[in-house]
Design a protein around this ligand. Sequence first.
Ligand code: ADP
Length: 287
Amino acid sequence: MSIKIENLTHVYMEGTPFEKKALDNVSIEIQDGEFVALIGHTGSGKSTLIQHINGLLKPHSGKILIDGLDITAKSVKLSSIRKKVGLVFQYPEYQLFEETIEKDIAFGPKNLGLNDEETNKRIKRAMKIVGLDYNDYKDKSPFELSGGQKRRVAIAGVVAMEPQVLILDEPTAGLDPKGRDDILCNIANLHREYNMTIILVSHSMEDVAKLADRILVMHKGSCILDGKPSSIFKEIDTLENVGLAVPQVTYLSRELRKKGFDISDEIFTIDQAKEELLKILKSKIKG
Ligand code: ADP
């Protein structure tokens, strides 16, 4: 299953003084099972792009083919897109509304027209994926939970629709470190064990470096860089020019290299930095 975005352009409030071209001729292809991070400064077009991928917005021109189906065609029903593409909005917990967690997670699968038995199976699977015990939590109110747990319920609601593509818009925003790690772990799990295609919108270069196979950099409605983290994070000047940064450990390793340390220029995660620094320390001790 692939996503083909072809020459996508979107203009808000066309023909008014507030007209804004939010996407400008964007073409991207995403393959089945990829983990793609979408980064870019605020206003660069990330939200507009992901809302096209799940059919919430229609383009001014261009199209999106998912599994060969042109989801931008007028005749395509939103429900058939929802089966393929799930979108977790920013702060999705604000959209929880049912009196129990079970009912909240059931909302999506029921809307897809699934029967009670299948819906129940999916609720159990989704709760397991996000690390909430079904028996302990099913009858609780989502409003009794901590911020991180609420977000997990909201993500489970989308996961229960079992989409092939899951898009998450800043899923860790506003969470404490533990809540953040839990969510990231769930997302990595969905990708690894269920082979879900993941599109992660994030401001955290650390999260992106740890999880993504590929990074797309948006700027002023265009995709200006597309590649593996190892090549994107070498483009420090370009990233900084568009208001972005590289992971902190990448800056650290660059400073160390300038000071003459023989350290790799491919350090993007804390684990890589730890390994490389230990290697240097060991060679110094031996020397
Ligand atoms: P990002 O998600 O990267 O912050 P957006 O896709 O939200 O970027 O916005 C891209 C551009 O479109 C921005 O200039 C923004 O102000 C504008 N924009 C976004 N949504 C609307 C809207 N509903 N009406 C008018 N302009 C919008």
